[in-house]
Design a protein around this ligand. Structure first.
Ligand code: GRF
Length: 216
């Protein structure tokens, strides 16, 4: 049973999906700690309602002093014997040292099919680019934002009348499916990192191909 910390900054719906999955019998990881860098975010209350230990470590007072913030973060992670980290809507950049320390043990989820549309407003970027399929990506964290070896992706069709909000809602559904599966894979040592890519013991799904739009 691997001890996992989830780091959040807001709503925490991915956090909730991870907590729910991990509560199932036989799941190979335990959500031991939820840390938010902002007080009073909805995710904290949800985690606490599920009996998960929560902590607030405010990053704002540290300003650009990322290492100072990470000192407190590291102390909390160590104190709780954390082995793996899942970033779930965590809106704070790390130092290269912190990322290096956790390399191969820290996952992030981004709501686009990386390497397309990293950074802010991924759904707006996708709509402006006119892609017909978008999705979400779980990847290992590296110093570069929204990059790093890809663990799992899920795709959704993009509708002609989509707005960033409607596309975000559709992609969120797939996020909630893939993040728990990616954590399961990591916690069972089912991922091998080979340079910039990962190889997994999991096989490709048997679902039909996703084609969008469909004509006939
Ligand atoms: C998700 O879309 C996630 O992919 C992105 O930020 C959003 C967080 O949503 N990194 P939530 O807090 O998990 O509901």
């Amino acid at each position: 049973m691997r001890r996992v910390a989830i780091l959040i900054s807001g709503r925490g719906s991915n956090m909730s999906a991870l907590i729910e999955a991990a509560s199932a019998e036989g799941f190979p990881a335990e959500i031991a700690l939820v840390i938010s860098n902002r007080a009073d975010v909805p995710g904290l209350a949800n985690a606490a309602a599920n009996g998960i230990k929560t902590l607030v470590i405010e990053s704002k007072p540290f300003g650009k002093d990322r290492a100072g913030f990470e000192k407190l973060l590291t102390a909390a992670l160590d104190e709780h014997g954390i082995e793996l980290i899942c970033l779930a809507g965590f809106m704070r950049l790390f130092t290269a040292e912190f990322v290096q320390h956790w390399y191969g043990r820290m996952l992030n989820i981004h709501p686009s099919l990386l390497p397309s549309f990293p950074g802010l407003d991924p759904h707006g970027q996708a709509l402006r680019a006119g892609v017909k399929i978008s999705g979400a990506t779980v990847h290992f964290v590296i110093p570069e934002t929204d990059a790093g070896p890809i663990v799992m992706q899920g795709a959704v069709p993009v509708a002609t009348d989509d707005t960033p909000d409607t596309l975000a809602a559709r992609v969120l559904g797939v996020e909630h499916q893939i993040y728990p599966q990616a954590l399961h894979l990591l916690a069972t040592d089912g991922i091998e990192i080979d340079g910039a890519v990962t190889k997994t013991t999991a096989c490709i799904g048997s679902d039909d191909n996703l084609i969008a739009p469909t004509v006939i």
